[in-house]
Design a protein around this ligand. Sequence first.
Ligand SMILES: [Fe+2]
Length: 327
Amino acid sequence: MNAPTREDLARAGTLEELYGKLAEVGMGAGWNKPTPSLWASPRKTFRPAHWRYSQARGALDAAGRLINTELAERRNLILFNPAEGNTYATVRTLVAAYQMIMPGEWARVHRHTPNALRLILDAEPGTYTEVDGINIAMEPGDVLLTPNWSTHGHGNNSRANAYWLDVLDAPLVQLLEPMFFEPLDEDANHEAFEQEPAAPTTDSPFVFTLADTVRRLDQAEPTPSGPFGTAIELGNPALDTATLHMMRLERGVRTAPHQTTANNIYAIVKGSGTTTVDGERFEWGRGDVIAAPAWRVHVHEASEDALMFRVTDEPVLHKLGFYREAP
Ligand SMILES: [Fe+2]
């Protein structure tokens, strides 16, 4: 059957007939759309959620027996949001994953357009990330960046398994489509690793050490009941698509409610407490992760002095003119 012509369409005698002919030419009547395209305020598709580091460690230790870094590009556990149909993103634009490498292992060098960062949870001296050819030390509480298209691989020359939390803007890159990924020469990398690696450094714009972060927090004006406790920013912003903060929460102080169009991922560096996201209360400890997606009002309360790491897509919302706070 031939596609309807201008005349065929013009002859449609009923709306039903018109809808049928429109479908044949790949058009749809805007007034007859089954679902709305616009709505009054954010739909909160992504859900408040909590992931426990203790459970992730158990699973990663099993994975350490069951799969190696030769087979897995990365040995990681993706923290996917329980939003309906979602199997990847932690919040709309960001994905978080726990990762582990074992002593003597090397997670090979690659590069990709998604920006990535990692918060180190447990690692002993001798664990490092090679970024653009420089070995950067990974120590607990440090935050390490691998921006868009930087080459990076991870090595562990210590005697202990090393664990960290990765956060990437890969869901945003998937949405906008500028995805590029390139594995680099595996054999060459492996040889480089097996020779004595250069001593890891922390003298790099790609790392924020915990020691430096704590020093800055000590000097910051205390604002314990602000939405983020007493907080400092790491970088300005650290990545084009993500702003990073370290938050110091004082025991027993409830933070001011926070509700904006930006998405937030929180990870616990130290201490314990609770975060309530849109009425759902999560009790967290060290290494845990909390998702506070766009337009979800949330507050934190530490039960012992705590350090919390915050990743937000605020720079994206700001650049596009979509950033809003609740009235
Ligand atoms: Fe990567």
